[in-house]
Design a protein around this ligand. Structure first.
Ligand SMILES: Cc1ncc(COP(=O)(O)O)c(C=O)c1O
Length: 410
C-alpha cells in the first residue's frame, strides 16, 4: 500500500494535452492552432536575433558569475521592466513610488502579488476579499488566486458572444456592484483568450468607476508589444490608470515579447502612493519570495535587462517585436479574406478587429471537435486559435477546414 494511494488523478492542463494529442497525430496536413507561443511562417519557434546577440555577450562577459541574485531580483532588470510598462517619463517613477519584484514569468508575478494581497490587503489575511476575473479569461487566473488562499473568485462580464466584442455595459455594471476594495484582474492588452480590448474611451469609463468604487487594479501584462507592435500603445491602459493616481500591481511577462518562455522571466511592478508605502510593501514581498523560490534565476533577467538598458539593443528588440506582431496581423488579414472569399456563413470581421496572438473565432465546441477529428486542425474547445499557428503554407487548408466545419456542423 503506497502512502500516495489516496491521491486522485488530476485532469491534464488543456493546452498541453492538446499539443500532446497533436504530436501523436500522423496526418500530413495537421495544424496546431492551440499553442500559446509565437511561431514563424515555417511553423517554428523563434529565438529573437537580439536575444541571440545578448546571449553571446553574456557568455563572453567574465564579470558575470552564478552567485545568488538578491531575493527581489536583479535591480537593473526590475527598474528597466517597470520603465517599459510605465514609460520613460513616468511621474510615478520620478516620485520613487514604483518598485519591482523579479518573478518566475508572468505567472510567478501574479502568484507573488496574489499572495501579498491575501496577506496584507483589505485587512490582514482577508481571504474573503472578492477577486474578479474576466469571463472568459486565461484559465490560470482562477487557480493562481485560489491557491494563494482567496475563497471568493468571481467572473466579471467581458465577452459578448452575440456581438463578438466587449460587453462594456455588463463590465461597468459589475464594477458598480462589486463590494468596495474588491480586486479586479485586468488584461493590460491583447486579452487572452478573446483578443478584444477596451478602446481608450472605454478604459476611461472603467477607470472612472474603479476609482469611485475603490476597487483594486491588478494588471496582467503578458503581451506588451504583441497587440499593436508598439510597446507604448500596448501600455496605454496601464499608464492611464497610473496617471489617474491608482495604487496598483502589474504582472509583467517577458515570455512572449522576448520569446523567453522557458527562462521564466517576469516582474511584478508595484505602483504605491509614496516611497514609504512602497518600501514597506517590498519588505513583505521579500518575505514571500524567500519562502517561495528564495531568489530568482538570472539568465533570462540578464538578457532582458541588457537589452532594455542599451539604447541600440532596445531599438533592435522593438524591431523584433514588431516582426512578430506584423506576422500576426498579416495572418489575421489573410484568414478573414479567405473565409470571406469562400463565402463561409457568418461575419468574420472580428478576426481583424481582435488583436494579439489569439483570436476567439466564435466556433462552437462541436465545430471544434469536427476540426480536430476530421481535419486534424487543433484548437482550444473555446474556439480560441493562436494566429501564429497559421502560415502562408497552411492557411488555405485551415480556411477551407473552418468553412467545412461551419457548413457541416451547426
Ligand atoms: C493572460 C496571461 N497571463 C499570464 C501568462 C503567463 O505568462 P508566463 O508564461 O510568463 O508565466 C500568460 C501566458 O500564456 C497569459 O496568456
Amino acid at each position: 500500500m503506497s502512502v500516495f494511494s489516496d491521491v486522485p488523478q488530476a485532469p491534464p492542463v488543456a493546452v498541453f494535452k492538446l499539443t500532446a494529442d497533436f504530436k501523436e497525430d500522423n496526418h500530413p496536413n495537421k495544424v496546431n492552432l492551440g499553442v500559446g507561443a509565437y511561431r514563424t511562417d515555417d511553423c517554428q519557434p523563434w529565438v529573437l536575433p537580439v536575444v541571440k546577440k545578448v546571449e553571446r555577450l553574456i557568455v563572453e562577459d567574465d564579470s558575470l558569475n552564478h552567485e545568488y541574485l538578491p531575493i527581489l531580483g536583479l535591480p537593473e532588470f526590475r527598474s528597466a521592466s517597470s520603465k517599459v510598462a510605465l514609460g520613460d517619463d513616468s511621474l510615478a517613477i520620478k516620485e520613487k513610488r514604483v518598485g519591482g519584484v523579479q518573478a518566475l514569468g508572468g505567472t510567478g508575478a501574479l502568484r507573488i502579488g496574489a499572495e501579498f494581497l491575501r496577506r496584507w490587503y483589505n485587512g490582514t489575511n482577508n481571504k474573503a476579499t472578492p477577486v474578479y476575473v474576466s469571463a472568459p479569461t486565461w484559465e490560470n487566473h482562477n487557480g493562481v488566486f485560489t491557491d494563494a488562499g482567496f475563497t471568493d473568485i468571481r467572473p466579471y462580464h467581458y465577452w459578448d458572444a452575440a456581438k463578438r466584442g466587449l460587453d462594456l455595459t455588463g463590465l461597468l455594471d459589475d464594477l458598480e456592484k462589486a463590494p468596495e476594495h474588491s480586486i479586479f484582474v485586468l488584461h493590460a492588452c491583447a486579452h487572452n483568450p478573446t483578443g478584444t480590448d477596451p478602446t481608450q474611451e472605454e478604459w476611461k469609463k472603467i477607470a472612472e468607476v474603479m476609482k469611485r468604487r475603490k476597487l483594486f487594479v491588478f494588471f496582467d501584462s503578458a503581451y506588451q508589444g504583441f497587440a499593436s507592435g508598439s510597446l507604448d500603445k500596448d501600455a496605454w491602459a496601464i499608464r492611464f490608470f497610473v496617471s489617474e493616481g491608482f495604487e496598483l500591481f502589474i504582472a509583467q511577462s517577458f515570455s512572449k515579447n522576448f520569446g523567453l518562455y522557458n527562462e521564466r522571466v517576469g516582474n511584478l511592478t508595484i505602483v504605491a502612493k509614496d516611497s514609504e508605502n512602497l518600501s514597506r510593501t517590498l519588505s513583505q514581498m521579500e518575505k514571500i519570495v524567500r519562502t517561495t523560490w528564495s531568489n530568482p534565476p538570472s539568465q533570462g533577467a540578464r538578457i532582458v535587462s541588457k537589452t532594455l538598458n542599451s539604447p541600440e539593443l532596445f531599438a533592435e528588440w522593438k524591431g523584433n517585436v514588431k516582426t512578430m506582431a506584423d506576422r500576426v496581423l498579416l495572418m489575421r488579414d489573410e484568414l478573414k479574406t479567405k473565409l470571406q472569399a469562400l463565402g463561409t456563413p457568418g461575419t468574420w470581421d472580428h478576426i481583424t478587429q481582435q488583436i494579439g496572438m489569439f483570436s476567439f473565432t466564435g466556433l462552437n465546441p462541436k465545430q471544434v471537435e469536427y476540426l480536430i477529428k476530421e481535419k486534424h486542425v487543433y484548437l482550444m474547445a473555446s474556439g480560441r486559435i493562436n494566429m501564429c499557428g497559421l502560415t502562408t503554407k497552411n492557411i488555405d487548408y485551415v480556411a477551407q477546414s473552418i468553412h467545412d466545419a461551419v457548413t457541416t456542423v451547426q
